[in-house]
Design a binder for this molecule. Sequence first.
Ligand code: NAP
Length: 254
Amino acid sequence: MQEQQSTRRRTAFVTGASQGIGAATALALARDGFDVAVASTRPAKLAGVVAQLAAAGARAVTVALDVCSQSGIEQAMAEVTGAFGHLDVLVNNSGVTLRQAAVDVTPAEWDTVMRTNLTGTFFVTQQMGRHLIASGRPGCIISIASTHGVVGIAGRSTYGISKAAIIQMTRMLAIEWAQHGIRVNAIAPGTVETPSRAGPLADPGYREMMLNRVPLHRFGTAEEVAAAACYLASPQAAYITGHTLLLDGGLTAH
Ligand SMILES: NC(=O)c1ccc[n+]([C@@H]2O[C@H](COP(=O)([O-])OP(=O)(O)OC[C@H]3O[C@@H](n4cnc5c(N)ncnc54)[C@H](OP(=O)(O)O)[C@@H]3O)[C@@H](O)[C@H]2O)c1
């Protein structure tokens, strides 16, 4: 099964697309010629992204999605595939972060992170796998992991464990679904200056500590992560599957 260019516009679904990396990825895909479905737990927050997608010439579809709800996942995927007819690319971007010493993590905090980052990502991916296998067409799944899933750092154990699991999910599903022409990859960014990171990075001590871990001595941008996602979604990456692309300014090269 080969990924081919056809006259039909390619379609993508980006979860957690109201801001940050998700919004940048949706826009970059639109500029690459995709029609894009964007999801948020608060769809009203998608208005700005939708306007940018339309300005880029893409058809935009918005859906409400809380990845902690199985019925919500199934409904959102049905809405997206119903609107587009077929979905080529899924970008699992939704996620929550947690900075908490391991000795202080509560079961509720653990559950929130795992249900959102791991369980939610798995079951959205499962829906996409079912859709692609049923359609008999190739497709591409990209999950946003993190360098915290690759190397250790104090105070991020719960989050890092959830992202490490996404990296292993990527390998497992790449093997299981290769026979269907489905490529499964991940991107592991280091620190990216998005709105959700503005609070912690406003602390000069924390900012300096994080910056000093990065050989290129700067943080990444949402647009750089988006460009990597576009590459992995493109025919140029047709031989890449099961891979996690480290996008970290050299952080994990130490
Ligand atoms: N920024 C970084 O330094 C960095 C580094 C490595 C990896 N990452 C990962 O990259 C992704 C995006 O990060 P970001 O910095 O752009 O963060 P962000 O602004 O917090 O975006 C995360 C998105 O996840 C969505 N989300 C949260 N809980 C959800 C739920 N239960 N169901 C559905 N969606 C949910 C949010 O959507 P709504 O609030 O609109 O519902 C939000 O748009 C995350 O997976 C993050 O872990 C970020």
